[in-house]
Design a protein around this ligand. Structure first.
Ligand code: WT7
Length: 635
């Protein structure tokens, strides 16, 4: 029996029991047999959730890119590592072999070194989904620089906040990007951001759309000429197991984005192991995850997990609707994709279109379908299963988070029988717990509670960059000795988990994690606005959409309301990005508040969802009369 590749249910239970009874021995065996190390660890695991401090494979030395690249060259040098599928289907796809990828990563690493980047320095990557993005990520890892990828849909303001939070020294971007029929001026966004980022010394600029852009002398450098000059080999920096590999920002319910810090060895072991099993990857498969590398899904399951397994991974630059709604399926047919991993919001958007867009293409290569980012509703699940999988490809509904680094609860395809809307069973090594209001664990089945994890797994984030206290407060104080996820979940009669959604002030819109506070802050900066509150309401494509309640200042009251709505959304777009725009904005004269001044979001949520039959007790409010006014004018 190979613990590395689980092939039937009995084996899952056996391996699971092993991983929980003796986690150290279990992970040690996986780490030993499936990765290359420069030095072996002294200790497999030490942990203390009260500090919190978690260390895996302490004392070990390695470079993750030797595991993702160098070690494959003797056996898979000519195998395609990355298939780049461009935005425009008329442009040719690019096939990058492991040997070529190694060379391109080494060249990029040498360019970074030449620009003075050293082990431990932070590099911000703000690129579209072009090969340079994966190459930049790996090049940072090669030299021990900590990459901070910022999704290239974020605004200049959001970019500047992230660059400054982690003191990045260098930024990598492109002249622009393609998105469906549009082009986006990425370099312009970077220039604007950098007005507020004195720490950035150099900007490397990839050419993608051939637009005319401004190059700031001594700061901005075209990337290609530097790569052309660079040497094609590079001696990998030797990293300690717990050296930071990257920072990735995620929204919190309050305050600034949290720079989640992932470290090297545990992250590598866990993402590789989950990738192998949850996608049942075999040597000649072509795996495609449609996420952007700007999110954790792309880090773990486009770049590191697949490459550590010597897989062929597709990078798609475009959108599902361009040139038409058949694009995903055209790409599946073209590259004979075997594993396809996407988000429920994309499935729901495509399910609204004519079935011909799916039926036109040969999807018989598909073996596994994945879903991630938000709960998948029953209708979308069946549409995916019937029309894409033709009832022949199991759906893996994978629950996890930026903070968890890798997939935590998921079926193993062809192993775990699936049930629509259930993420099913904890993955190997994962020990979930459901907690009640009194912070007691709820044992047994057919129960619902707040989802926690009782024991560390190798890829858990180790801290929040520059703010360890916030890390502890956010994840480890609600329940003693547990990691708190922020999600609610139920466990059914057979022990399957179903994620019911966030229980905090994070709202998932189209699979993007948005905190209410930063959006409210941005609205409140509008000169006509006095105060605001954001809640989510159900939306048939986005899962949730945002509903804003806004109190105007006297100066705003006479203004045209539709213009104000546009301005507010413009403000949000500039400060955060278009993904955080509000679908509905209702102007109100007050917000329901408790006597201690806290906004009662529960009531606002119900009104936004048009579910006002039972608003609960409003008598304890400071201003109960406001509820009727808000209801009467609800949108
Ligand atoms: C939140 C984490 C990790 C990948 C992308 C999102 C929600 C994620 C599922 C799922 C129900 C899910 C949770 C989680 N979520 N996957 N399969 N079923 N909910 O990462 O941006 O850190 O968001 O996404 O609410 O806490 P993220």
């Amino acid at each position: 029996m190979s613990n590395y590749h689980i092939k039937h249910l009995e084996e899952y239970y056996q391996v699971y029991r092993k991983s929980v009874r003796n986690p150290e021995a279990f992970w040690e065996e996986i780490a030993e047999e499936h990765f290359v190390w420069r030095k072996r660890w002294d200790n497999v695991l030490s942990w203390d959730f009260s500090k919190p401090e978690i260390k895996w494979f302490e004392g070990a030395q390695l470079n993750i890119t030797e595991n993702c690249l160098d070690r494959h060259i003797p056996t898979r040098g000519n195998k395609t590592a990355i298939i780049f599928e461009p935005n425009d289907p008329k442009e040719e796809a690019e096939y990058i072999t492991y040997r070529q990828l190694h060379e391109r990563v080494c060249k990029m690493a040498n360019v970074l070194l030449e620009k003075g980047i050293k082990k431990g320095d932070r590099v911000c990557i703000y690129l579209p989904m072009i090969p340079e993005l994966a190459i930049s990520v790996l090049a940072c890892a090669r030299i021990g620089a900590i990459h901070s990828v910022v999704f290239a849909g974020f605004s200049s303001n959001a970019l500047a906040t992230r660059i400054n939070d982690s003191d990045c020294k260098l930024a990598i971007t492109s002249d622009g990007s393609y998105r469906g029929s549009k082009t986006i001026d990425l370099k312009g966004i970077v220039d604007k951001a950098l007005e507020a980022c004195p720490g950035i010394e150099n900007v490397l600029v990839a050419k993608r759309i051939n637009s005319t852009i401004e190059m700031v002398p001594d700061r901005d450098h075209w990337l290609q000429p530097l790569l052309d000059e660079a040497y094609g080999d590079n001696v990998a920096e030797i990293m300690d197991a717990e050296d930071p590999l990257f920072i990735l920002y995620t929204s919190g319910s309050t305050g600034r984005p949290k720079g989640m810090v992932h470290t090297t060895a545990g992250y590598m072991v866990y993402t590789a192991y989950t990738f192998k099993n949850i996608f049942q990857y075999r040597e000649h498969d072509v795996y495609w995850c449609t996420a952007d590398i700007g999110w954790i899904t792309g880090h773990s399951y486009i770049v590191y997990g697949p490459l550590a397994n010597g897989a062929t991974t597709v990078m798609f630059e475009g959108v599902p609707s361009y040139p038409d709604y058949g694009r995903f399926w055209e790409v599946v047919q073209k590259h004979k994709v075997t594993q396809f991993y996407t988000a429920p919001t994309a499935i729901r958007a495509l399910a609204k279109e004519n079935l011909e867009f799916v039926e036109k293409y040969d999807l018989s290569s598909l073996k596994v379908l994945g879903s991630v980012g938000e709960p998948i509703n029953e209708e979308a699940w069946h549409w995916y299963n019937n029309n894409v999988g033709k009832k022949n490809s199991p759906i893996v509904d994978t629950w996890w988070q930026t903070e968890t680094g890798g997939i935590m609860i998921s079926p193993i395809p062809y192993v775990t029988p699936t049930t629509p809307t259930y993420a099913t069973l904890p993955f190997i090594g994962i020990q979930p717990a459901l907690m009640d209001e009194n912070a007691e664990e709820i044992k047994g089945n057919q129960v619902e509670g707040r989802l926690c994890i009782k024991f560390p797994w190798p890829s858990i984030a180790r801290t929040i960059w520059g703010n360890h206290e916030r890390y502890r407060d956010t994840y480890f104080t609600a329940y003693e000795n547990m990691y708190f996820t922020g999600d609610g979940a139920l466990r059914d009669a057979v022990g399957y988990y179903r994620i019911t959604g966030r229980v905090d002030d994070v709202i998932i819109v189209s699979g993007h994690n948005l905190g209410t506070a930063p959006i409210e802050d941005s609205i409140n900066e509008h000169p006509a606005v006095a105060e605001s509150a954001i809640v989510g309401f159900p939306h048939d494509v986005k899962g949730n959409a945002l509903y804003g309640y806004v109190i105007l200042k006297e100066t705003g009251e006479g203004r045209d309301k539709n213009n104000l709505r546009k301005e507010i959304n413009q403000q949000i777009t500039e400060q955060i990005g278009p993904i955080a725009k509000l679908d509905k904005i209702q102007f109100v004269s007050g917000l329901p508040k408790t006597r201690s001044g806290k906004i009662m979001r529960r009531i606002l949520r119900k009104i936004a969802s048009n579910d006002t039959s039972n608003l609960g007790d409003t008598s304890t409010l400071l201003n109960p009369e406001i509820v009727q006014e808000i209801m009467d004018n609800a949108l």
